[in-house]
Ligand binder design. Structure first.
Ligand SMILES: NC(=O)c1ccc[n+]([C@@H]2O[C@H](COP(=O)([O-])OP(=O)(O)OC[C@H]3O[C@@H](n4cnc5c(N)ncnc54)[C@H](OP(=O)(O)O)[C@@H]3O)[C@@H](O)[C@H]2O)c1
Length: 279
């Protein structure tokens, strides 16, 4: 059984979800991509992450198509561009996202990364949307510890419900500080690019060896690794049904101490502060 993660307000959602960057950009037919997302929902990957940035709204449109008729089962995450993160820009961007997504409420609305707008202004705009019922909760993305500390110091900043950051064996700097900081403040981590965008991480001999021991694939090992600590969501993206099935099954894979030690030898845990990686 896949474990779940609790948000600060008590909402509980399965830890393994689905990313959607590059969906709706013609890599595969949009109908196939929407079907893959729907299959993921059937398999329990109900948290779906998108952003106004992805394909200039194309990803949100495919997600909207995929979740039509399934909205109640889905936990919908989307993101606002930093250049739209002002008092008037946030509600306008949110209205556009809601339209593309074909829904009247977003479960979690994230600031995609930190830009020039004061955090207090963006938070006030998020709180306004929450009061209006357009979003259920809000959070941030690509925030390091110093940004999180500053966020919690502005009015209502402590209502932040998540921080979505790069996390996979190649980029594990957050283990030094951010992860524990978020755990202390009960703010879940959402791990993005958990399979290293399907690139060299999946060719790593350690991941291959661990996978072979479990009769699994390196992608499944990377996903299980990202989920090994409680309080962490993982959102691999796939527009292909076979990959979605494979990724969903990783929710049931538990790595042994021996597996984790082998991955640690290939990708050393951080021993000092590293600046937050970003893709
Ligand atoms: N907040 C941010 O700044 C930020 C930044 C990056 C990503 N994200 C979010 O996090 C999500 C995941 O990150 P990501 O898309 O960068 O990378 P990822 O999920 O680590 O990797 C996705 C890539 O891996 C391939 N893939 C998926 N399942 C596979 C499998 N079982 N075996 C082999 N290859 C597989 C996919 O291709 P197929 O589609 O062909 O399967 C795709 O090319 C994004 O989609 C997005 O929602 C957020």
């Amino acid at each position: 059984m896949m474990h779940k993660v609790a948000f600060p307000d008590g909402a509980v959602v399965p830890a393994l979800g689905q990313g959607t960057w590059k969906i709706g950009e013609g890599r595969a037919p949009a109908r196939q991509e929407a079907a893959a997302i729907r299959l993921g929902i059937e398999l329990g990957l109900v948290l779906i992450d998108t952003a106004e940035m992805y394909g200039d709204g194309a990803s949100e449109r495919v997600v909207g198509e995929a979740i039509a008729g399934l909205r109640e089962r889905v936990f919908l995450v989307t993101k606002v561009y930093p250049h739209n993160a002002s008092r008037s820009g946030v509600p306008a961007a949110c209205a556009r996202s809601l339209k593309r997504l074909g829904t009247d409420v977003i479960d979690l609305y994230l600031l995609h990364w930190r830009g020039g707008t004061p955090l207090a202004e963006t938070v006030a705009a998020f709180e306004g949307l929450r009061a209006e019922g357009k979003i259920r909760r809000w959070g941030v993305s690509n925030f390091d510890v110093d940004d999180m500390q500053e966020l919690l110091s502005v009015p209502d900043g402590q209502n932040c419900a998540a921080n979505q950051v790069l996390y996979n064996p190649e980029y594990r700097g957050i283990e030094f500080d951010l992860m524990a900081w978020q755990e202390r403040h009960l703010i879940p981590v959402m791990a993005y690019s958990p399979i290293g965008q399907g690139g060299r991480l999946l060719r790593n001999p350690a991941l291959k060896a661990v996978a072979a021991r479990h009769g699994a694939t390196p992608a499944q090992v990377a996903i299980a690794w990202s989920l090994r600590q409680r309080g962490v969501f993982s959102i691999p993206k796939s527009g292909e049904a076979a990959h979605v099935r494979e990724n969903a099954a990783a929710g049931a894979l538990t790595l042994t101490p021996e597996d984790l030690a082998e991955i640690d030898r290939a990708y050393k845990p951080p021993t000092r502060k590293q600046s937050l990686g970003m893709l």
